[in-house]
Design a protein around this ligand. Structure first.
Ligand code: PGA
Length: 254
């Protein structure tokens, strides 16, 4: 099964409007002629509408960096799926390690966000990842399996394109310490077989699994050459059009 590569940039809490629009414009320029892959940007909520309007006429996809599960209500500080769709975002990151570790979001909340996104026609990018301590204790696959099962509790996936999974080892995020492509591939293959246990084979084989954590221009080609790595979720290197441009222009080795 061939899976269309997805290169996603998470801008985190960076950019005011003028910077965001300029960066989006330069990314769109870099993506021209690369029609065999999806490129996605996740800017802060405050600049989503401006970025969406800058990207009219391009194929670049947009995501919120988080999403609530209700359509509207008394939930100060939250953004609903309908609000994201209204400004042109078709995706939402859920369960990012910064949400889990800095803001105390647990698997139950990640599950509500995932289910809410799906129910309202958004594609969740569900992030999972083990800490360094968990890896050193040999618990990586157990931790990830638990996060996937809890994050997707109650979800029936009939369409492999309805969800994206992002494996982001906590110890690799923003640290400059990337998992080797062999380490990442091993985990991705494990996640693929977990999906075979949980969902129809055609869904398990079609779902895209991204790698995230210190993805840079100098490791992208090797990562994208691994069989089960279908794309990347990029933080720091997504803030410059030069580095993100090179990343989205990845070349598979061999
Ligand atoms: P990084 O962030 O590329 O800066 O490590 C990745 C992420 O948090 O999605």
């Amino acid at each position: 099964m061939t899976r269309r590569p997805l290169i996603a940039g998470n801008w985190k809490m960076h950019t005011i409007t003028v910077e965001a629009v300029g960066l989006a414009c330069r990314v769109a320029h870099a993506a021209r002629g690369y029609a065999d892959r999806d490129v996605l940007l996740a800017p802060p909520f405050t600049v989503l509408a401006a970025v969406a309007s800058e990207l009219i006429g391009t194929e670049i996809l947009l995501a919120g960096q988080n999403v609530h599960w209700e359509v509207s209500g008394a939930f100060t500080g939250e953004v609903s799926p309908a609000m994201l769709r209204d400004v042109g975002a078709g995706y939402a990151i859920v369960g990012h390690s910064e949400r889990r570790h800095l803001f105390g979001e647990d698997d139950a909340m990640v599950n509500r966000r995932t289910v809410g996104a799906l129910a309202h026609g958004l594609i969740p990018i569900l992030c999972i990842g083990e800490t360094l301590e968990q890896r050193e204790q040999g618990e990586t696959m157990a931790v990830l399996t638990d996060q996937v099962k809890k994050g997707l509790a109650g979800v029936t996936l009939a369409d492999p394109h309805a969800l994206v999974l992002a494996y982001e080892p906590v110890w690799a995020i923003g640290t400059g310490r990337t998992a080797t492509s062999a380490q990442a591939q091993e985990v991705h293959a494990g996640l693929r077989s977990l999906f075979v246990d949980l969902f129809e084979k055609q869904v398990a084989e079609g779902v895209r699994i991204l790698y995230g954590g210190s993805v840079k221009p100098d490791n992208i080609d090797e990562l994208m050459s691994c069989q089960d790595i279908d794309g990347v979720l990029v933080g720091g290197a997504a803030l410059s059009a030069e580095s993100f441009g090179r990343i989205l222009q990845f070349r598979q080795n061999g």
